[in-house]
Design a protein around this ligand. Sequence first.
Ligand code: UDX
Length: 414
Amino acid sequence: MNIGIIGLGYVGLITGVGFASLGNKVIGVDIDNNKINKINTGETPIYEQGLEEKLKEVNDNFRATTNINDLKDSEIIFVCVGTPSKEDGSIDLKYVRRAAEDISKILGSYRVIVIKSTVIPGTTESLIKILEKNDKKVGEDFGLAMNPEFLKEGSSLKDFFEPDRIVIGSYDEKSKEILAELYKDFNCPKLFANIKTAEMIKYASNSFLGTKISFINEIGNICKKLGIDVYAIAEGIGYDKRIGREFLNAGIGFGGSCFPKDIKALIAKSNEIGHEPKLLQEIIKINEKQPLKKIEFLKKHIPNLKGKEIGILGLAFKPETDDVRESRAIPIVKELLKEEVIIKAYDPKAIGNFKKLFPQIKYCSPEEILNSEAILILTNWKEFENLDYRKNIVIDGRGILKAKEAKIYEGICW
Ligand code: UDX
C-alpha cells in the first residue's frame, strides 16, 4: 500500500520504517529539514535499538520529505505529530490541527486519514470540519480513523512488529476495511471500535500503567519505614494473575514523553467535563514527590550538602534510550543545584540531551563518578551492575543489585 506519515518523531519514524519493511511504499513528512536529510542518508535522528539497521534495509520503500504534496497518492495517511501539554496540563492540539489543515489541501481520491498521535477523546472527530474545508466529505471522499500506538521507547521496533493488540477506531466501514487489510498479517488480538473508544483506550492504558507504578511506590515508601524490601512484595503479589509482576518496579517514579503528559491531559479533560479524577491526581502527586526522597536519604548521610561532590548515574528517563523528557533526574538535579552541590553526571546515551537542559553540571565517566563522596543511581542501565561501589555511599533509586555492596547503601523503597 502507499502510506504517508506526517511527523517523524519516535512514533512516526518507527511506524513508517515498520510498514516499509513489510513491503509498503512509505513517504514520511516532517517540517525539520535537518531530520529529513539525516533520515534520507540512513541516519536516525534518535537512538532506538535496531532502527538504524532497519532504516538502511528499507531504503527503497521509505523516503522522507518536507513537502506534504508528496502524499497526494497515499492511500493511508497516519498523523503522528506531537501532542504536548499546555501550562495547565491540558493537551495542546495545534500540531494535529495543522496536520489536518495540510491534509485538507491535498485530498483527491478516497484515502483514510488515521490519527496515531495520542489525543483526548473527541479530538479526532473534531478535525472533521478542518478536513472538510475543501468540499470533501468524510465517509465519502475520505475516511477517518484513530489507531493508537503502544510503543515503548527502547523496544519500539519489536513492539511495532509484535504488538499485544491493535486498536482501530473508525468513522466509516471502508476505513475499517482498509486498516484491517493493512494489519492483516499481525498476529495479535485486533479491536475494532468507534473513534472515541480507541482514543480513550490509549489514555486508560497509560493511566493504568502509571497507577501501577505510583501504587508500588506508595507501598514501597511504607515498606521502607517497616524495613521490608518492596521487590519481594512485588514478586509476592505479581504471581497473582489478576495483578501481574510487570510495572511493579518501585523507584523514583515514571518519566518519559507519555505517562506524565497523558495522565495530566486526562485529569484536565475530566475536570473540564465536571468530574474530579482524585485517583489520577494522586498518581501524579506521588510521582512528583518520589524523586525528592533521594535528597531526603542523601541528607541522612550527608546533612550539609553545600560544596559536596555528588555523582549521578543515569539521566535518561529509562534505560536503552537517550530521551530525557520528564526524566526523574531533572527534579533531582534542580534540587541538588539549590543545595549548591557539585554535580558530576554520567549516562551511556543521554548526556547530549541532558547537557542542553543543564550545561552547568560536570559530565564524566562512570569511573570518575565512583570518586564522588556519594552516588545517586537514577536509571537502571545494565552497565551499572558492573561498577565497584564498595568505597561509596549509594542512594539507589532503581534496584541495582551490585550497588548493595556499597560502603553505605540506601534503597529508596527497600
Ligand atoms: C509508555 C507506554 O509503555 C507505551 O505503551 C506508550 O505508547 C508510551 O508510553 P515509554 O514512555 O517508552 O512507553 O516508557 P515505559 O517503558 O512505559 O516507562 C515509563 C516510565 O515508567 C519510565 O520512566 C520507567 O522508568 C518507569 N517505570 C516503568 C517504573 O518506574 N517502574 C516500572 O515498573 C516500570
